[in-house]
Ligand binder design. Sequence first.
Ligand code: SF4
Length: 305
Amino acid sequence: MPYVCSDCPRECGAIRNEYSGEGFCGAGERIAVAKVMRHMWEEPVLTSGRGTENIFIYGCNLGCVYCQNYKINGSSGRPDTSKISFLTPEEFGALLVERSETDADTVGIVTGDHYIRQIAEAITPEIKARVKKPLVFNMSGYSKSEAIALLKGKIDIFMPDLKYVSEELAKEYSSAPDYPSRAKETIQKCFEMTGPAVLDENTNLMKSGVIVRHLILPGSFPNTAGVIDYINETFRPGDIVFSLMSQYTPVTAVPGVMAHPKLSRRISAAEHKKAVEYLSACENITYCFCQERSSSGEDFIPDFD
Ligand code: SF4
């Protein structure tokens, strides 16, 4: 049934029909799945080498101008519907079960902030019981607490981004000046629902908890430092896992990025070193990962064709 959506902070009040909607994200009722693939490069607490079975969701409610997954973020106008599967909650639940029966270490949903209501409906107690692997929910962080609450007991590991603490950057790059406050609320709500991180003492694989990711952007060290400060000042040692990502790649197919004075280059070695050193000095961030700077490049972006 079509419904009027105010599920995320955009609060469009837009009608969502079966396959598409009139809101910022363009999402309809059915969950649009762009790709299902084994991903080998998630954080080491999510894989022992067998990877994560990732279900990539089409579209986004944030729409960052530099999006690394621009082919599936919905920014390219009308999607090629022949390449998208529009699933009912029942079908999506069955897909989760099917992917959990592979030999992957974890099952991931990437990035589904604009489908939280439908994903919550998909993960019934029966489906949850049949998904034998930790279920990871990768998020942009631009969500509402009341929506996230629908996922209580259904997701094992929440993986929200904290992209910006700067309202100016959030406005310029994602048209969402309230992103910093919303993302902080998202992270705290996820932590309230999972509690501190739990890792298997034999494998070091994560069983439950929150992983906060931050992508270092070129020319934006004060923002990265502010993100690290927020995590360091908000959580106690061992509470959450923090992942500092350096894979930012200017996507050549997006003209606005290639012409942008800051976004048209990768981060420099000096920027990478400065961020890693800043993080290393934080006493309360004890579970953390830092990507090598060499992890950037379009080769590291999954091929969504
Ligand atoms: S989920 Fe989509 S339609 Fe709903 S409020 Fe957010 S951007 Fe608008």
